[in-house]
Design a protein around this ligand. Structure first.
Ligand SMILES: Cc1ncc(COP(=O)(O)O)c(C=O)c1O
Length: 439
């Protein structure tokens, strides 16, 4: 049973605390009172250091779209390891991965690889600024676009500091964020065209870009209204600035990402997670004229970009194998299963007479303890009682052998079958029956 103070995880955490602040080097995988240390994993099953096996509906924050140790990826990575892990020179693997991405989304005219999604977003912002000669970036309240000052504003705002819903406060996420960052980051409400329009119009002359997730993950796994994205597309086109779609999570929703489903072509797209097949990766893809800020062929580029491990061949071959096995059929299949999961969770809440629902899209879901319509960060922001229920559900699921994120969000890999889905749904039903939920 978690948390067991005598478990190996507990002891490892104690050791970790003596060498890392908070015993942690990745906040997203921390859980109170200590994280569960992993020993190994295969397919949709993860075994912890105490020998407990659980079904994985996190898949390293959605990076493992084929689950753990997917054989084609393992074989390609193992073969690459024998040829070398990184070189002071490009490889054919990066060209092939870029070509594979372009084949899926031909409007990815040029691409640049990084080691993380955060870096991809940083790079997209730098490109937009260099391209437009302006500095301000507009983002949606509560959105997470990586650990980067300029896109972190309002990521963690609370009812105590978030201000007017129609003009959200620009609340820094980290202490020590220079005030200038707040001056250059414009925060707008998600899915509210009228309020966003007022904010964006007032800043139009100074904006370098608008960045948005087609499905807002951290704010609550909430799909954008098609009209909201269409509005952002029209606004950015009219004022001549790049529209950046952050598809680091949502790319899995379509062969060419969520953007294809919406029928909206952004100027730049940030990618990560699944396109590295379980190895570190990020990418920015977009219009050739904007991406030319990185082009060194005619002298020093407008945005010099380098990185010791950029486009490292292990990530590139792993990403390529992942994409090869993630065509329209596989995308459609896990998206359909996702719809079944969300519907089933809604049914479980209804039958239990508990206010709650599942949000999400395609193969992504999140469980909420509220019945109100979820449209943005504020509508999905849990009350203290709802948050306590989320935490209790997370723990109850863990003890039934089911892994979802601490905020009860999850995603489906291609290797999860009906039996595992049924087991997860059964665990949700049984867990809901035993935890205390808000009245
Ligand atoms: C939408 C979004 N953007 C950016 C990032 C940052 O990516 P990374 O963790 O690879 O730096 C994440 C990570 O979860 C994300 O969900």
């Amino acid at each position: 049973m978690y948390p067991d103070p005598n478990s190996r995880s507990a002891r490892l955490f104690e050791r970790a605390c003596a060498v890392m602040p908070g015993g942690n080097t990745r906040l997203a995988v921390y859980q109170d009172p200590f994280p569960i240390f992993v020993a190994h994993a295969s397919g949709c099953r993860v075994t912890d250091v105490d020998g407990v096996e659980r079904l994985d509906f996190i898949n390293n924050q959605s990076a493992l779209v084929h689950g753990h140790c997917f054989q084609p990826v393992m074989a390609a990575a193992a073969a690459q390891l024998q040829r070398g892990t990184c070189f002071s020179g490009p490889t054919d693997a990066e060209v092939e991965l870029a070509e594979a991405l372009q084949a899926r989304a031909p409007w990815f005219e040029r691409m640049r690889f990084t080691n993380s999604g955060t870096e991809a977003v940083m790079l997209a912002v730098k490109a937009a600024r260099a391209h437009t000669g302006r500095y301000k970036i507009a983002k949606c309240e509560g959105a997470y676009h990586g650990s980067y000052d300029f896109v972190e504003a309002s990521r963690g705002s609370t009812p105590a500091n978030w201000g007017d819903a129609r003009v959200p406060a620009r609340v820094p996420y980290s202490k020590g964020t220079p005030p200038a960052v707040g001056e250059l980051t414009v925060v707008m409400p998600f899915n509210d065209i009228e309020a966003a329009a007022a904010i964006l119009e007032a800043e139009a002359g100074e904006l370098a870009a608008v960045i948005v997730e087609p499905v807002a993950n951290r704010p609550g796994m909430i799909p954008a209204d098609p009209e909201f994205l269409a509005f952002l597309r029209a606004f950015t086109s009219r004022v001549g600035i790049p529209l950046i779609f952050d598809e680091i999570i949502s790319f899995r929703l379509g062969v060419a990402g969520a953007q294809a489903g919406y029928g909206i072509v952004p100027d730049m797209t940030t990618l990560g997670k699944l396109i590295g097949g379980g190895f570190p990766v990020g990418a920015v893809a977009g219009r050739a004229d904007i991406m030319s800020v990185f082009d060194q062929r005619k002298g020093s580029p407008a945005v010099p970009h380098t990185g010791t491990f950029n486009a490292n061949p292990v990530s590139m071959v792993a990403g390529l194998e992942t994409l090869k096995a993630f065509g329209g059929q596989e995308v459609g299949r896990i998206n359909q299963t996702g719809a079944r999961v969300r519907e089933a969770i809604d049914g479980i809440f209804a039958r239990a007479g508990i206010e709650g629902q599942a949000s999400g899209a395609g193969s992504l879901f999140r469980i909420h303890f509220t019945g109100r319509p979820l449209t943005d960060y504020r509508s999905a922001y849990p009350t203290p009682a709802a948050q306590a229920a989320v935490t209790a559900l997370h723990k109850a699921l863990l003890n039934r052998g089911i892994m979802v994120s601490a905020n009860c969000s999850g995603n489906l890999s291609t290797v999860v079958g009906d039996a595992e889905i049924d087991r997860m749904l059964d665990a949700v039903a049984r867990s809901l029956a035993e935890i205390r939920v808000p009245a």
